[in-house]
Design a protein around this ligand. Structure first.
Ligand code: BCO
Length: 560
């Protein structure tokens, strides 16, 4: 038995002691790398058992609400049984096997948690995407990832149907809905009839678990592949220290389920600590609802993009002293020092910055009990060794600008992506000497605090969304008015940066009303790609340049 437990790096009394205390009296240390790990069996089933033995408090594992007053609370035992049913749906009904891929495009519905954990139980690799995606975005993701199955929501069924014929490898379409759609399996119906008994796959640490699509400067998004190490990383003492979650905590991470921040902040981090995940399925972001929710529910921690805190502050709501909130964290873009100050003044709470990417998960942070240096993204979370490097991978001295690098040699740390799927050349482009080069510019001070300065490329970070300019340019040129377009980042007081487009019009559109045409172009982008990418600013300059060109060409008699 001892050999067996050792093989799984799981010795129950020790694991118990560590998980309950969360204080570092742990089975694993920051540099451990057990051969096998599975988040569902090692973490969730453990908490279900603790709950059954009366060794965990009464808080639910998942507490979900929506704007219509609906509420769902699942204990860890319910979650275990439901996610086992989901695993059976994937294995038995859909015939999915360990290593198969499943595209997961859902809004914040409770089933998102069942699908993710169901996949982990079966070894199916899940590929999250935002429900803002349109047909073309979905087509690209299914084709690139060779997904055999998709799980999505009612509103995206027509989008998927419109491209399904171009995805011969897509064998199973599953909808999370109270209605049936022809040619689609209904997840809710299948779940009800599935068995709650399932044997979790014995996954190796090296087995892929999840793939995130991430935007770059050129071309379409790349696939950042993570193995089980992303989940294991939440279990190491340094990671536990950054939020210091306890079983009695209720954490609200507001990220869209399509981003790595949600996988880490709404799934791995809280449930590793046995805490409650709180979810509000807001159909539309509204700062007033954020405030009302923080007053109404016993939320103790929240994790949201700086834009969320900023937009709440801008509403000038008189009382922001939330009764139960103890800790605020933020990531995805930069928080300005004055926003930090205002939040502190109005709520009495500091905002702790975290930094990461789809490739890296949460990389560094202002830990819970660490001194906040306003404007700094904090210190490296072990086992990541972060250094500021030059383009050859040489370590730079403190207070010198360079790239944020994560050491990958001699040992690649668990939690860092494995590589860009199907793209060894793109993977080697970001390997720089002994380091992974994040492409983000920063400095490090004598105390080890990192100071983020910006991207070194053209990727636009609009309110926490990373947007590749090419993705927007490609969407714009599909409109008949657009001859050429160039998309750049533009500073914005609400969103940090926004997408700004410069347009060269086709001659027959030169006489159109500019304001109306801008609106039409914005709506067009929203309709052909995920709406968060639309250009909030469209410059008139190039309309005039185009007009001048047109006039000059007309004079020369060369206009087309
Ligand atoms: O502002 P508009 O109204 O003009 O347009 C908005 C939406 O109304 C619109 N839209 C959404 N769904 C649509 C639609 N239009 C047509 N059809 C639909 N189906 O599109 C625009 C979407 O922009 P948005 O999402 O920025 O909207 P909003 O509501 O202002 O949200 C504000 C934020 C702050 C809540 C939002 O920007 C946000 O969630 N930002 C955070 C992103 C994030 O979580 N990033 C983390 C990435 S992971 C990472 O960085 C690694 C860290 C470890």
């Amino acid at each position: 038995i001892c050999k067996f437990l050792h093989r799984f790096s799981l010795h129950r009394p020790q694991l118990h002691r560590w998980l309950i205390s969360g204080d570092g009296a742990q089975r694993w240390n920051d540099y451990d790398s057990p051969e096998e790990f599975n988040f569902a069996s090692h973490v969730l089933d453990y908490w279900a058992q603790m709950e059954g033995e009366g060794k965990r408090g009464p808080g639910p594992a998942l507490w979900w609400v929506n704007d219509q007053g609906d509420e769902i609370k699942w204990s860890f035992r319910e979650l275990r049984d439901l996610s086992r049913r989901a695993a059976n749906v994937f294995e038995q009904t859909c015939g999915l096997q360990h290593g198969d891929r499943l595209a997961l495009i859902l809004p914040r519905v409770p089933e998102w948690w069942l699908v993710t954990v169901g996949c982990i139980r079966t070894g199916v690799i899940f590929i999250p995407g935002t429900a803002q995606m349109k047909a073309k975005d979905i087509l690209y993701r299914i084709q690139m990832s060779q997904a055999k199955a998709i799980v999505t929501t009612d509103s995206l069924v027509p989008e998927v149907e419109s491209v399904a014929s171009e995805c011969p490898g897509l064998k199973t379409k599953i909808v999370v809905s109270d209605h049936n759609h022809e040619g689609w399996l209904n997840f809710r119906t299948l779940l009800r009839s599935a068995s709650p008994d399932h044997t979790c796959v014995k996954s190796k640490m090296k087995d892929p678990m999840v793939i995130f699509f991430t935007s770059g400067t050129t071309g379409y998004p790349k696939m950042a592949k993570h193995n089980q190490g992303l989940a294991f990383r939440s279990s190491v003492p340094s990671c536990r220290k950054f939020l210091k979650l306890k079983t009695s905590d209720v954490i609200w991470c507001m990220s869209d389920p399509g981003w790595i921040l949600a996988t880490v902040g709404c799934l791995l981090e809280p449930w590793t600590a046995g805490a409650t995940v709180f979810v509000h399925n807001l159909p539309q972001f509204d700062p007033k609802v954020i405030v009302e929710t923080l007053f109404k529910y016993p939320i103790t921690q929240c994790l949201a993009a700086p834009a969320v805190y900023r937009m709440v502050l801008q509403k000038n709501i008189s009382n922001l002293r939330f009764p139960t909130l103890e800790h605020c964290a933020t990531g995805g873009e930069s928080l300005l020092p004055e926003e930090y100050e205002q939040w502190k003044q109005r709520t009495g709470l500091s905002i702790h910055e975290v930094y990461g990417q789809s490739e890296t998960g949460i990389t560094c942070a202002i830990f819970r009990e660490m001194k906040v240096k306003r404007g700094s993204i904090g210190k490296a979370i072990l086992p990541f060794d972060i250094q500021i490097i030059d383009e050859k991978g040489n370590i730079l001295p403190p207070n010198t600008e360079g790239y944020i690098g994560i050491r990958i040699k001699p040992t690649r740390p668990l939690g860092l992506f494995v590589g860009y799927e199907n793209s060894p050349e793109k993977t080697s482009e970001v390997e720089c000497g002994d380091f992974y080069n994040s492409g983000d510019r920063a400095t490090i001070d004598e105390d080890g605090y990192i100071w983020f300065l910006g991207r070194s490329d053209d990727v636009i970070n609009a309110s926490g969304y990373r947007i590749g300019p090419t993705e927007v340019e490609n969407a714009l040129v599909e409109h008949p008015a657009v001859s050429e377009s160039a998309v750049v980042s533009s500073p914005d007081k609400d969103r940090g940066e926004v997408v700004k487009a410069f347009i060269v019009l086709n001659p027959e559109f030169l006489s159109h009303d500019q304001e109306q045409l801008i609106k039409e172009l914005q709506e067009h982008v929203k309709s052909v790609t995920a709406p968060y990418k639309y250009p909030r600013k469209v410059s008139g300059v190039c309309f005039r340049i185009a007009q001048n060109h047109h006039r000059q060409n007309q004079k020369k008699g060369t206009s087309k």
